[in-house]
Design a protein around this ligand. Structure first.
Ligand SMILES: NC(=O)c1ccc[n+]([C@@H]2O[C@H](COP(=O)([O-])OP(=O)(O)OC[C@H]3O[C@@H](n4cnc5c(N)ncnc54)[C@H](O)[C@@H]3O)[C@@H](O)[C@H]2O)c1
Ligand SMILES: [Zn+2]
Ligand SMILES: [Zn+2]
Length: 348
């Protein structure tokens, strides 16, 4: 088979690789029908994730068809169409029993395309298949479901639910890439009065309007704090969601909320950000952090089936699997290409 293989910082190739085989009796082998690229894959290629070593197949998001299962797999059958999620769950450890699959202690968590070979290939081995895949409901497209492998549960769980968005809230989203846009999609389910999208890129702010932002602020040109204060009579937003991952955006998100408000950090940070306790202590702020657990995947699948959310809206570019290198180029240059999510499908 062929796979997109990492060969150290800046180097990758779509190349021949041995077919994965069942290693544990709880494994499944899944034929990839549709797969996408994540911003995290770009971080890996920059060398920011040293746990990923040369020879690793990248990718942690896919929809596919089950090719074979181990003797211990009970619910997943050969021929089933399944979502392969970014988080693998052993289902039995303390954190899995609490629904915190991202923190799995039994060999799961974020392992695909990280610690074991991932989904950017013709076939993938999925450990703990019963608790790490989701049956795709009839009548929904691969593209829609593919958005549930990572971005939608991340935005919904770590942004919207951790941020406790309530009806009537003013919700400020700092950074409206695919993750920020998915927080807007998720926040709208709770009827906020206003969603304010803040980004440096006008193309992303245009996308935010399409996803339901009421107000957009380019904080390269405009003062985001003043814009939010004007909208809220000087009080600040009820919820601020950080979806970039740099100190300046976390610090801005914390400034934007009213007393008693929630700051939900979603961005992956590589350096320290200032936490101004000298200002915050008296303002009753709640600040949350989180790695996605994907406990909301069944809920999001029902919302897609019921046409309450249109996850296909994220897909801006489509390729076949053999065009993986071109797909990385397009996804890696969103300012020029307007890319949000790219989808690659097998030709069979
Ligand atoms: N917590 C989790 O479980 C989890 C899961 C997946 C991704 N993430 C993280 O979420 C973050 C967003 O992911 P993405 O794929 O949308 O990334 P992205 O790079 O596509 O989007 C980030 C957006 O932030 C904007 N931006 C950059 N600097 C800014 C600034 N100073 N002010 C305002 N906007 C600014 C960019 O223009 C871009 O539109 C990343 O840090 C990613 O690693 C977290
Ligand atoms: Zn990802
Ligand atoms: Zn576990």
């Amino acid at each position: 088979m062929r796979a997109l293989v990492y060969h150290g910082p800046g180097q990758k190739a779509w190349e021949e690789k041995a077919m994965p085989t069942l290693l544990e009796d709880t494994d499944a082998i899944v034929h990839i029908d549709a797969v996408t690229i994540c911003g995290t894959d770009l971080h890996i290629l920059k060398g920011d994730v040293p746990a990923v070593t040369s020879g690793r197949t990248l990718g942690h998001e896919a929809v596919g068809t089950v090719e074979s299962v181990g003797a211990g797999v009970k619910n997943v059958k050969v021929g089933d169409r399944v979502l392969v999620s970014c988080i693998t769950a052993c289902g039995a450890c303390r954190f899995c029993r609490e629904g915190r699959y991202g923190q799995c202690l039994g060999g799961g968590g974020w392992i695909l395309g990280h610690k074991i070979d991932g989904t950017q290939a013709e076939y993938v081995r999925v450990p703990f298949a019963d608790t790490s895949t989701y049956t795709v409901p009839a009548g929904v497209s691969d593209e829609q479901v593919l958005m549930l492998a990572d971005i939608l549960p991340t935005g919904y769980e770590v942004g919207v639910l951790n941020g406790r968005v309530q009806p009537g809230d003013v919700v400020a989203v700092v950074g409206v890439g695919p993750i920020g846009l998915s927080t807007i999609m998720g926040a709208r389910l709770f009827s906020p009065s206003h969603v304010v999208a803040i980004d440096l890129a006008d193309s992303r702010l245009e996308a935010a309007k399409e996803f339901g932002a009421d107000v957009t602020v380019n904080n390269g040109r405009e003062d985001a704090l003043r814009a939010v204060q004007e909208l809220t009579g000087g009080l600040g937003a009820d919820v601020a969601i950080e979806a970039v991952g740099v100190p300046a955006t976390f610090e801005l998100a914390a400034q934007l909320v009213r007393p008693g408000g929630h700051v939900a950090n979603v961005g992956v940070h590589g350096e320290a950000a200032a936490l101004h306790l000298e200002d915050f202590w008296i303002r009753d702020l709640t600040i949350t952090t989180g790695l996605v657990d994907t406990y909301s995947t069944p809920t999001l699948l029902r919302l897609i089936s019921g046409h309450e959310i249109d996850a296909g809206h994220f897909v801006t570019h489509r390729f076949t699997l053999d065009a993986f290198e071109e797909a990385y180029e397009v996804f890696g240059h969103p300012t020029e290409t307007g890319a949000l999510k790219v989808v690659l499908t097998s030709e069979e």
